[in-house]
Design a protein around this ligand. Structure first.
Ligand SMILES: [Zn+2]
Length: 225
C-alpha cells in the first residue's frame, strides 16, 4: 500500500510498512520514505500524518538529484557508468560500466559472494573451525548471521562493498558464534584474539552502512511527482 498526498501542487507517495504496536511514524530509510503503522488505521489519518511531514520529506527527496551513482566497492568509491551498448558489465579503472543498474547489481553481488565465501573458509582455517555452510543474501538491516546448531552462516553480499577489514570483522564475528552462540565475555575474548578492535569496523558500518545498504537509491520520481 502507498499513501499519496497532494502538497504544494505536487504528489508525494509514501510506501506503507505494517508494524506491530501502536505508534505511527514516517521515517526516511536508505531506500526512501516509509510510513510505519499498525493495520486498522484509517487512510485519512495516515494521509494527515504524511501531510504533516511532507515539507521535510520533499526537501530531502529533492536533494537526491544531486546524489551521484557513486558506490563503495571494497571501501573505495567507484562510479557507475550506464552504457546500454554493452552486453555485460565490466570494470574500467575506478568505474563499473554496465548496460543498466540491474545488471550492475547482479555483477557486483556475484563477485562479492564468491569472494566472501572463500574469505569465510580462509578465516575458518585460521580459527580452527571446520568449514561451515556459507551463503550470501540481500538483507536490508543485517550484515551477517550464524546458526551455530546447523553451522550455517549467512552474509550480506554488500560486505563486498565495505573495506576488506570490515568484511573480515563480520566474518570473524559470525565464525566465533560457532563456538559461542551468544555475546558473552568469552565470545568477545574469542573474537578479539582474531580481530583486536571490532569497534573500528562498527564505526565504519555506522557511518557508511546506510549508503552501502541503500545503493542504488531509487529515483526521486518514485516518491515525488
Ligand atoms: Zn553476534
Amino acid at each position: 500500500m502507498v499513501v499519496r498526498v497532494e502538497f504544494d501542487g505536487r504528489t508525494l507517495s509514501v510506501p506503507v510498512r505494517w508494524v506491530r504496536g501502536r505508534s505511527i511514524s514516517v521515517v526516511m530509510t536508505a531506500s526512501g520514505p516509509e510510513l510505519r503503522t499498525p493495520r486498522r488505521v484509517s487512510t485519512s489519518r495516515l494521509e494527515d500524518i504524511v501531510r504533516a511531514t511532507a515539507p521535510k520529506l520533499i526537501t530531502q527527496i529533492e536533494s537526491w538529484s544531486a546524489v551521484s551513482t557513486d558506490f563503495y566497492w571494497r571501501g573505495e568509491l567507484h562510479g557507475l557508468i550506464l552504457r546500454p551498448d554493452l552486453s555485460t558489465p565490466r570494470w574500467h579503472e575506478a568505474h563499473l560500466l554496465s548496460p543498466n543498474v540491474e545488471a550492475a547489481l547482479r555483477f557486483l553481488r556475484r563477485s562479492a559472494s564468491e569472494r566472501l565465501i572463500s574469505l569465510t573458509w580462509h578465516w575458518a582455517d585460521i580459527m580452527g573451525e571446520a568449514h561451515p555452510w556459507v551463503g550470501t543474501g540481500d538483507f536490508r538491516s543485517r550484515w551477517g548471521s550464524c546458526t551455530s546448531r546447523t553451522r550455517r552462516i549467512r552474509l550480506n553480499w554488500r560486505l563486498g562493498m565495505t573495506p576488506d577489514a570490515v568484511a573480515d570483522a563480520i566474518i570473524i564475528h559470525e565464525l566465533a558464534h560457532l563456538k559461542h552462540a551468544n555475546h558473552s565475555a568469552r565470545f568477545w575474548e574469542h573474537v578479539r584474539s582474531f580481530d583486536p578492535d571490532p569497534e573500528k569496523s562498527n564505526r565504519w558500518l555506522r557511518e557508511f552502512g546506510p549508503a552501502v545498504m541503500g545503493w542504488p537509491r531509487p529515483a526521486a520520481s518514485a516518491f515525488l511527482a
